[in-house]
Design a protein around this ligand. Structure first.
Ligand SMILES: [Zn+2]
Length: 370
């Protein structure tokens, strides 16, 4: 049946009536769809410069006002971070800017709940609120961690760095995340000036939160980070609680492009696989002795299936974990996961049907891309 025939049949069906319950469901669905489409983290394809994005979010979160930060110094120092990113298809400055935006939006959207999670415990169940300044220091650390988390990323996976014995990463245990932290602590902190507007204790706290959270963006730590949502609620030490919460927010924001609106999420998936396939090509050319994993092999590419697996295994569990500490952001992210999983399945069905036709014609294999 053609879609036009189906539409005509539905319209001519006089048995359908708009009951109050159906009307309520329709309104609720429209509101959810509106929130999903209009949310700043889902509709904007973040192609703003990293330095500008970080500055915008520091302004929106009132960090300059509360902490007395100089915005011109901050912009200058963010440019130092921006210069560490190469123009890789995925791990470029646009990815860092996107993660800064996602973290900023989560910090703003769930501010009240996050402040409750970080409140000071005073024994026997008593608790006092976290001061505006302490919370601002936490927010600044999360934004800085998001900006720096992939600085110097080589667009190669840690496994490949290890197997191909990349000399530059030897000192950092062949980990791109450790490399970013090493650059941040040994180079950036010596060159920057905006953190000098904070007290020494606050500066040390920012450095400890950034270092901890960036190391936890390694996908090997995914299961660890999911456990942090419950850990953060039980943790008694206020500083440790900030580290755990920052790691959870950053890790979720790092994967959150899988829950963006479909048109944008599709773009990120495309860029990510371009980078995976480029790594496969490099591996074949420079290290023919190494086996190329299927997700790095462009001949075996099945991007919709890989994206569905990514959402199911990483993005959705991260938002589920986030529910305990940032429910508004988690609800929005889970809504995105639901829509995008459906779109991946639909694309797989459609590409499978196309392939069947090609098989009948003997026309060979169609590329399964997004
Ligand atoms: Zn990242």
């Amino acid at each position: 049946m053609l879609p036009s025939e189906l539409a005509a049949e539905v319209l001519s069906d006089t048995s359908f009536c708009l009951t109050p319950i159906r009307f309520g469901i329709l309104v609720a669905m429209s509101v959810l769809l509106f929130l999903y489409l209009e949310d700043e983290t889902t509709t904007q394809c973040r192609l703003r410069k990293l330095s500008l994005e970080a500055r915008i979010w520091c302004h929106r979160l009132h960090l300059s006002k509360v902490l007395g930060l100089s915005m011109s110094k901050l912009l200058h120092d963010m440019k130092l971070i921006e210069q560490q990113y190469s123009n890789h298809p995925y791990h470029g400055p646009h990815h860092a800017a996107d993660v800064v935006g996602k973290c900023g939006a989560m910090l703003r959207r769930d501010k009240a709940k996050l402040r409750r999670v970080l409140r000071v415990r005073m024994g026997k169940g008593g608790a006092g609120g976290i001061s505006e300044r302490k919370f601002a220091v936490f927010q600044l650390a999360v934004i800085l961690a998001a900006a720096v988390h992939d600085a110097g990323h080589p667009a190669l996976g840690n496994n490949y760095l290890k197997m191909s014995q990349q000399h530059k990463f030897q000192k950092c245990g062949f980990s791109a995340e450790r490399w970013s932290v090493h650059w941040f602590t040994s180079k950036f902190l010596k060159q920057q000036s905006f953190l000098n507007d904070l007290t020494l204790a606050e500066r040390e706290q920012v450095v400890s939160i950034v270092s901890f959270a960036v190391l936890k963006t390694d996908m090997q730590a995914h299961a660890d980070v999911l456990g942090m949502a419950q850990q953060v609620l039980k943790e008694k030490d206020a500083k440790k609680r900030m580290q755990l919460l920052a790691a959870l927010l950053l890790h979720t924001a790092d994967l959150a492009n899988g829950a963006d609106s479909w048109s944008i999420s599709k773009l990120w998936a495309r860029w990510c696989h371009q980078e995976f396939h480029a790594q496969g090509d490099t591996s074949r050319a420079q290290h023919p002795e190494l086996a190329v994993p299927s997700f790095n092999d462009r001949a075996q590419a099945d991007v919709p299936r890989a994206q569905l697996g990514f959402i199911r295994m990483f993005v959705k569990p991260s938002y589920n974990a986030l529910w305990a500490v940032a429910p508004a952001s988690a609800a929005l992210g889970l809504c995105g996961c639901l829509v995008n999983s459906g779109m991946c399945r639909l694309t797989m069905l459609w590409q499978g049907a196309e392939q069947k036709v090609m098989d009948v014609c003997g026309a060979g294999k169609l590329p399964r891309l997004l």
